[in-house]
Design a protein around this ligand. Structure first.
Ligand code: BES
Ligand code: ZN
Length: 452
């Protein structure tokens, strides 16, 4: 069986390249036709892998792709999840090869979505295809749910999963959309942050004003945005939103100790991986706690005033800031959004009106590493990589994990094959091809374990 996987590596890469050529950016309306092409591509791949059903689920938003093979009665049912949508590509000029013309350089394939999440979704498809083609069947029952709105916080999948459709019934979900802690180090992710994504709209005067004539008397909305941000998160990185931290569950001592044993070079992380001068954040917490187990408040962009070439002396009438809060267990998105709204109201400077609009939100998630599906995954990874599997959390969000837990009552196994330097959401995103091949074999091996 190993031979089918080894013999077909080149064709796996060819197939992945076709997938990566589709610019399925979910945040941009002009890419809608590409979104559909990507969904159809996934459905066709599932059919050709040997699933008995593979179809698009239409609804408000981008199509979901559903597939199934249920020929192993009495065996567990695994629900595979992935997303076919990708992030925008700007700044385009920083890419060394065009984002939608996949380029293999050395052991890496460069393209938007290579790691997040087309390459990793494709691992699941090829694992199933390999087992079907080499043995004619699968060791367990398998379902696929692949969405096209993960990167933009779309709600199609939430509406679908929360309607608890019988066809989603499964024993566990398996998701490849996270990272390995280090190259060669098999990793399971057992915690993700949630998110509350907002826009802060600040209105000053009802039209732009001459900054010489009115400066000294007029409210300035961009200054107000800055003041609000600084009031809600101080220079030390401490968040000041009343009630916001109350539900934060600290990691257990054993988990913290396991984090201390992870192979980690803070200098490399700071200077090479991030390309930053030094680390920031609340000094009362360790780095891993800050990025995995503490909430955040980050500003992503500020729009307003004059940003063109040269100088224009104006006091803008309005400003908008995109601000997100990342949440950790046991924080609740609706409650956190309300706390944020109230805090903005309290610190809003005089002369301006501030309004918070909620764009999307998702709950944090934490899975029990003692769960049998996680334990079997750790064994499969350890065998595939020849190293003991480590357990980490991630600071990113995968909204469906909370939905599977809440509406389907199933745990998610987060078996990621990305690497810390894959440049997710950034120029020159890549996927390490040895991880692609090994991922396919590890997922196939995992299904065999589960079928025993
Ligand atoms: N795959 C990422 C999340 C991720 C990255 C998890 C690295 C673990 C390690 C996912 O596609 C993503 O970026 N999600 C968005 C979700 C948001 C838009 C709701 C995120 O985290 O910003
Ligand atoms: Zn992703």
């Amino acid at each position: 069986m190993a031979t089918y996987f080894e013999q077909n590596r080149a064709s796996f890469v060819d197939g992945l390249k076709s997938f990566l050529r589709i610019p399925s950016i979910s945040t941009l309306p002009e890419n809608k036709p590409d979104i559909r092409r990507a969904a159809e591509f996934v459905a066709a791949e599932l059919r050709q892998a040997g699933l008995t059903r593979a179809e698009l689920i239409e609804g408000e938003g981008n199509p979901l792709v559903y597939g199934e093979w249920l020929g192993a009665p009495g065996k567990p049912t695994i629900l595979f999840y992935g997303h076919y949508d990708v992030q925008p590509v700007d700044p385009l000029e920083e890419w060394k090869s065009p984002p939608f013309e996949p380029d293999v350089r050395g052991d890496d394939i460069f393209a938007r979505g290579a790691s997040d999440d087309k390459g990793q979704t494709y691992i699941l498809v090829k694992a199933v295809e390999g087992l079907m083609k080499s043995t004619g069947r699968l060791p367990v029952n398998v379902k696929f749910l692949v969405e096209g709105e993960e990167e933009c916080g779309g709600e199609h999948i939430e509406r679908y999963v929360s309607s608890k459709p019988p066809q989603l019934q499964a024993d566990a979900a398996v998701i490849c959309d996270t990272e390995m802690f280090a190259p060669e180090l098999p990793t399971l992710c057992v915690g993700l942050r949630g998110i509350v994504y907002t826009e802060l709209h600040v209105q000053g005067a009802d039209h732009d004003l001459h900054s010489g004539v009115y400066g000294g008397a007029a409210p300035n909305p961009i200054q107000a945005v800055a003041e609000i941000l600084c009031a809600l998160k101080d220079r030390e990185g401490r968040i000041h939103i009343p009630g916001f931290l109350d539900r934060v569950a600290p990691p257990a001592p054993a988990e913290r100790q396991a984090w201390d044993r992870l192979p980690f070079d803070v200098e490399h992380y700071t200077k090479k991986e991030m390309g930053a001068r030094e680390l920031t954040g609340d000094p009362d917490f360790s780095l891993f706690e800050r990025v995995w187990a503490r909430p955040t408040l980050e500003v992503h962009g500020v729009r307003g005033g004059f940003t063109g070439e040269g100088a224009k002396t104006v006091i803008p009438a309005r400003a908008v800031a995109k601000i997100s809060l990342r949440l950790v267990a046991d924080q609740r998105p609706a409650e956190a959004a309300e706390q944020f709204r109230n805090a903005v109201r309290q610190v809003c400077p005089k002369g301006v009106a501030a309004e918070v609009k909620l764009l999307h939100s998702a709950a944090p998630s934490l899975v029990d590493p003692g769960n049998p599906f996680i334990r079997a995954a750790a064994r499969a990874l350890t065998e595939s990589f020849g190293k003991e599997t480590v357990y980490i959390r991630s600071g990113g969000s995968i909204p469906v994990v909370g939905l599977f837990d809440r509406h389907l009552g199933i745990p998610s196994v987060l078996m990621g094959f990305g690497l810390p330097d894959d440049n997710l959401h950034a120029p020159n995103e890549k996927f390490h091809l040895p991880n692609f091949y090994r991922g396919i074999e590890a997922v196939a091996r995992y299904l065999e374990f589960l079928g025993r």
